[in-house]
Design a protein around this ligand. Structure first.
Ligand SMILES: Nc1ncnc2c1ncn2[C@@H]1O[C@H](COP(=O)(O)OP(=O)(O)OP(=O)(O)O)[C@@H](O)[C@H]1O
Length: 265
């Protein structure tokens, strides 16, 4: 979708935080081959918050894994400005034997930070996610929401200490709040927006929840299923109240269309 590329380019006049051009991904071979993504073009501007929305199995995680460098595209090009995109998943996956502070410290260490700076950075990152008081607790002593806060601090830590450290980074989030209860999810969505504004990082956020996508994103990109293609795009920046609800309705309607056309195929 050239429209997507143009939006990202004209917003900043600079290189996008990530750009996918004609990206295909096929798993397996022959009759067993599954085309997960089929010619996806997408760009996220530096500092932009983009939500990638789609039904289960449409290729959202595959796309994120490709951007993270965990998988290679079958065809097409992916370029990222940030040397180390940070990744956050549905499960916090913290080291259970390390405290919250040591989990964040480990990410800083792996990012090449020296010990004297790390102490200050750990404290700053835990403060940023409002967990300063819980620095000495181990994951089993924390609630699900608190564990995700640590995971967020760790993800942000992993973007520090690179050649591009002074540039705003890229945070890839794969349904990070899906396993949380509704109240905690609501709180963490607000926290994420605060942290995004404070850090200026670009965010590519995967969700299957239309309301979450419209609340969080400046732009919502809808993927169709099997194969995953960009099937719609909405600029939703700064919508509140009735306009926000109207867009939720519109995106829901398009999502239903995409799902039913796939079911009929
Ligand atoms: N490693 C793999 N090997 C084979 N097929 C795969 C692999 N990973 C993903 N797929 C297939 O690619 C398609 C897209 O999967 P993906 O996990 O990216 O979807 P998703 O939109 O993230 O789904 P969900 O919302 O359920 O997590 C699916 O048909 C899936 O079965």
């Amino acid at each position: 979708m050239t429209a997507t590329l143009d939006i990202a380019a004209t917003r900043t006049g600079t290189t996008p935080a990530v750009r996918l051009t004609g990206v295909h991904k096929v798993f397996g071979h022959g009759r067993a081959a599954v085309t997960a993504l089929d010619g996806v073009d997408l760009a996220v501007a530096p500092g932009e918050f983009v939500c990638l929305l789609g039904a289960s199995g449409c290729g959202k995680t595959t796309l994120l894994n490709l951007v993270a460098g965990l998988e290679q595209p079958t065809a097409g090009v992916i370029s990222t400005r940030s040397a180390r995109p940070a990744v956050m998943f549905q499960e916090a996956a913290l080291m259970p034997w390390l405290t919250a502070a040591r989990n964040v410290d480990l990410a800083l260490k792996l990012a090449g930070q020296r010990r004297p700076e790390r102490r200050r950075q750990v404290a700053e990152l835990l403060d940023l996610v409002r967990l300063g008081e819980a620095a000495g607790k181990r994951p089993h002593e924390l609630s699900g929401g608190m564990r995700q806060r640590v995971a967020l601090a760790r993800a942000l830590a992993s973007t520090l200490g690179t050649a591009a450290a002074d540039e705003p980074g890229l945070l890839l989030m794969d349904e990070p709040f899906a396993a949380l209860d509704a109240i905690t999810r609501d709180v963490l969505q607000g926290e994420l927006l605060r942290i995004w504004r404070a850090t200026g990082t670009a965010v590519l956020f995967v969700t299957h929840d239309v309301r979450e996508a419209v609340r969080l994103g400046q732009r919502v990109v809808l993927l169709s299923s099997r194969p995953g293609r960009v099937a719609g795009e909405w600029v939703v920046d700064g919508l509140h109240g009735a306009p926000e609800l109207a867009v939720v309705e519109e995106v829901n309607a398009r999502l239903r269309e995409v799902i039913s056309s796939h079911a009929a195929a």
